[in-house]
Design a protein around this ligand. Structure first.
Ligand code: SAH
Length: 246
């Protein structure tokens, strides 16, 4: 090898080494940021149960947001994910996941896949997550992302969640992450006796409330959890309302 060749090789090796160290540092940073975020959710009393805490420590939220948003991924804020949609703030994910009381044997339905983050968190705790997204490119991207990251117990479907997913009912738990103006009847019907559903509902104007709905036989118990802001649920309720008006 010529002197010139050896020098180039040395420079290349140093560059690769520096890049490896930089990548390793970046990796450590995200993990540290994620643990700090979960520590804060635990301290605030939002995350309470060991399985939810463990799942949120494991799922790399920064890989569920657009590349340009990664540095903000562990702040307690919602972030844009394209197509006018957002990934919910970590505290909302914490509140909703805890309220569901997820169990290892549960089959869960999610309406509003978005980035796939909420589905990923649940998939670490339950048997299977079925999730429906109405914006086709988001459904395709989320399905690919979940597959690439190895979440094998999540099934994503493009479609309108207003009607639920009759082929896989009844569900032990249902989580809705877009706000309808009333509780979709199909979701009540597809929830098991003894099941729990967590969903935001548009109340008046822009005001929304997050509810826990528990089903016991024909009885529904509604518990108010928080004031929230979700993107409105499109599809079914809109189509029905337009049909009513027309
Ligand atoms: N759970 C998501 C965030 C959801 S944002 C996450 O973890 O990233 C709400 C999502 O609900 C949006 O992606 C929106 O397109 C979707 N959505 C709205 N109406 C819907 C409907 N009728 N059926 C299915 N998805 C719907």
């Amino acid at each position: 090898m010529t002197r010139f060749g050896r020098r180039s090789l040395l420079i290349a090796l140093v560059a690769v080494g520096a890049l490896t160290v930089a990548c390793a540092l970046a990796q450590t940073d995200y993990e540290a940021l994620r643990n700090a975020m979960v520590d804060s959710l635990v301290k605030r009393g939002i995350v309470k149960s060991p399985p939810v805490e463990k799942a949120m420590r494991q799922v790399p939220r920064h890989l569920f947001v657009p590349t340009g948003q990664r540095k903000a991924a562990y702040r307690d804020v919602p972030l844009p994910i394209g197509h006018g949609q957002t990934i919910s703030a970590p505290s909302i994910v914490g509140i909703m996941t805890e309220a569901l009381q997820p169990r290892p044997t549960d089959r869960v339905l999610e309406i509003g896949t978005g980035s796939g983050y909420q589905a990923a968190v649940l998939s670490k705790i339950v048997r299977h997550v079925y999730t429906i997204e109405i914006v086709e490119p988001l459904a395709t991207e989320a399905a690919q992302r979940l597959k690439d990251l190895g979440y094998n117990n999540v099934t994503v479907r493009h479609g309108d969640g207003w009607l639920g997913w009759p082929e896989h009912q009844p569900f032990d738990k249902i989580i809705v992450t877009a706000a309808p103006d009333r509780i979709p009847q199909a979701l009540i019907d597809q929830l098991k006796d003894g099941g729990r559903m967590v969903l935001p509902v548009v109340e008046e104007g822009w005001a929304q409330k997050l509810y826990l709905v528990e089903k016991t036989g024909d009885e529904l118990t509604k518990t108010e959890l928080a004031d929230v802001i979700f993107v409105p649920m499109t599809g079914g309720p809109e189509a029905e309302d337009q049909a009513d008006e027309g």
